[in-house]
Design a protein around this ligand. Structure first.
Ligand code: HEM
Length: 178
């Protein structure tokens, strides 16, 4: 068996930063713009269309990333020298993937139950007065808040490695030979 690589390959690095940018953009826009725009607003259909396309893209990119992670050699989990922190780091990564999948699934659930694909992309019918009439909308709201908290924790952990432990962790998740 070939030894574990010391860094992620370029495709994984590109997928990581692209999904990160999309997720942060969607969390901010979803919370401060989409959810704040009433369904009666003429701007809502366009915003929902963009949100659904970008959300679907995040889901596809995440599934591709997970398949590549499971089927190819990958660098070992980053170590801090503290067993508890190392376990927390591994758990946080698993939870991050799980939450991304839950956010996407609950968004799709809300969209399907409310007939959004037909309304937004096919011009069939009108938006419901409020998406909270559909149970997956509550899951989407809570899961996006948890995801935002975990994205912040994930960033703080990476900065701790880079600037406190000074182990050059960012080089593993960047292009080139590291
Ligand atoms: C995967 C990444 C996604 C992220 C980060 C995300 C983020 C968000 C956020 C932050 C909100 C506002 C939540 C609130 O403040 O309560 C929201 C609302 C919503 N999202 Fe997503 N979402 C994602 C995927 C999707 C997908 C794939 C769909 C559907 C295909 C979708 C459909 C919706 C709908 C229908 C709303 C409700 C808007 C409203 O209440 O006016 N989302 N999303």
């Amino acid at each position: 068996m070939s030894p574990a690589p010391s860094k992620y390959d370029s495709i994984h690095v590109a997928l990581h930063w692209l999904t990160a940018a999309l997720i942060i953009f969607m969390l901010v826009m979803g919370t401060f713009s989409l959810a704040e725009t009433p369904n009666s607003s003429p701007d809502k259909l366009f915003a929902l269309g963009g949100h659904m396309i970008l959300g679907g893209t995040v889901l596809v990119l995440t599934i591709v990333r997970l398949i590549r992670l499971w089927t190819r050699p990958r660098p070992p989990h980053a170590a801090t020298g503290n067993k508890l922190l190392d376990k927390l780091g591994i758990g946080a990564h698993h939870l991050l993937y799980l939450l991304i999948l839950l956010v996407a699934a609950s968004g799709i659930g809300t969209a399907l139950l409310s007939g959004l694909p037909g309304i937004v992309f096919g011009g069939n019918g009108e938006l419901p007065p409020d998406f909270h009439a559909y149970p997956p909308r509550f899951v989407h709201g809570i899961a996006t808040k948890l995801l935002a908290a975990l994205v912040l924790l994930h960033g703080a952990g990476a900065l701790y490695h880079q600037f406190v432990l000074k182990d050059r962790l960012f080089a593993r998740m960047w292009f080139g030979r590291g």
